[in-house]
Design a protein around this ligand. Sequence first.
Ligand SMILES: Cc1cc2nc3c(=O)[nH]c(=O)nc-3n(C[C@H](O)[C@H](O)[C@H](O)COP(=O)(O)O)c2cc1C
Length: 187
Amino acid sequence: MEKPANTNRNISENIKNRWSPRAFDGKPIEEGKLLSILEAGRWAASAFNEQPWRFVVGKKGDEKYEKILASLIEWNRQWAGEAPVLILNLAKRTFTRNGKPNTTALYDLGQAVAGMAIEAVNQELITHQMSGFDMEKAETLLAVSDDFQAVSVMAVGTAGNIKNLSEDMQQMETSTRERKTIEELLF
Ligand SMILES: Cc1cc2nc3c(=O)[nH]c(=O)nc-3n(C[C@H](O)[C@H](O)[C@H](O)COP(=O)(O)O)c2cc1C
């Protein structure tokens, strides 16, 4: 299922076509496609080129996947457990060069993940980002060291049949995508 943004202006097709579906078909994704997604994240901009983004890639059937899945809130677990890949997105809290707090680490991670989500469209894959997870649980289960912060999870895969979702989720899947107007965004 496609759900392109109803844009007022011409924008890049991959931005237009990115959306957050919950129906995954569960099929594994090609390693090359996954690497292209990570490569897109790798080339994001960051303050002082610190590149504070880190990823734990869980593939369905492996231990990392189970740990990421176990940290999701129940509601997200219902549908995200069908995704073949779950990526835990982490940010490094401090600058490597001087140990000082990196105040834009979350911002930089967000840019990396945004690029990954757009690249996923280019690879004909779908993504769904989540903050509905127990961050401390994820950090503990995956033995993340103190200098890193679990921020979000992204499910990656190929589109499945929405009929396999619960009724409320099916409704969300087909509802119109809404955005504020540009006027509302301008101070
Ligand atoms: C940081 C972040 C956290 C999100 N958390 C969740 C979540 O926990 N569960 C969920 O179903 N969707 C989650 N979403 C998806 C948003 O609801 C979705 O991006 C938003 O409604 C816009 O829809 P679109 O991505 O299809 O354009 C999250 C998205 C982002 C970027």
